[in-house]
Ligand binder design. Sequence first.
Ligand SMILES: [Mg+2]
Length: 364
Amino acid sequence: MTDNPTIRRLRARPALVPMAMPLVTAGGAVERAPLVLIDLETDAGVTGQAYVFTYTPAALAATARQVEDLTPLVAGEAVAPLALARKMSAAFRLLGRPGLVGLALAGLDIAAWDALAKAQGLPLYRLLGAQARDLPAYNSKGLGMIGAAKAGPEAAALLAEGFAAVKLRLGYPSAAEDLGVIDAVRSEIGAEPRLFVDYNQTLTLAEAKRRVPYLQDFDLEWVEEPLPWDDYAGHAAVAAETSVPIQLGENCWGAADMAKALEAGLDAVFMPDAVKIGGVTGWLQSAGLAAAHGVQLSSHLFPEVSSHLLCATPTAHWLEYVDWAAPILAEPFAVRDGRARPSEAPGAGIAWDEAAVARYAADV
Ligand SMILES: [Mg+2]
């Protein structure tokens, strides 16, 4: 029995990583993924790795700085993620965690779990007591707001990468345009592949109640965030109008937000974001809540760590695949025949390709 390693310091490097397929949402276009690459250095020769996505380059430098500013709070502490989470929650109780602080704390948490798994010589899922299994995955890296003419061929290209499911972003000026895009995709790919749609929080309640019922005829797996994410009552009202499951959760900041969403009594499925939900620790708490409510849980971004987490989730549903970190990873996450499996290497499956990290270092 060895002691847990002790934390020396946190290092954070901002990077702007080119996206193979820029993502155009109703909220704007993203062409380079702003990522903060985190190394948690220990005294035991293992380093924990994690990355967080800051959505906008404007938050990149501040998030990296926030991660490194956690060092005085954790240096000398054991790599015991639950104890660290408890300490951080006390340290940030007055400030609150949503926003950059939440991203930094989740980065610390994931890196700490990664370091602990490496110190034990185990892939993360095994440290969590789970078994590896095939997870159904959908290709989410394209199909932004590109219009009906481009959406069909792009859907076919995404499926050709070895998937049986893709996600479309909707929220065009009119319901007719939304339906035209789904129609174009369905006629291109046929009836077999599973289809998901995402409104990225762009509709008003009145518009969502009008538009979402139209989607029923397209055999969709779910409709994601038609309304602002925390309008649980509104989503419940929309859910009452349709048989297509409403998908929520990527913007929940911690398990307490998930609890509020679940208590709102809406008929929905959930997809926490491994970072916003609070890292591995926050995910496990949310997976417990979802299991208690009998609600299916999918992942949002971060396929590397999410594949481990879904194996440890009683109600695991779909894994969202994006390749945004692939250019800076030594072993990019792979999906074959629409199925994903967690990495068998010790840790969470994140190791830097240092030459690529140097190439995409952000000058912020
Ligand atoms: Mg979404």
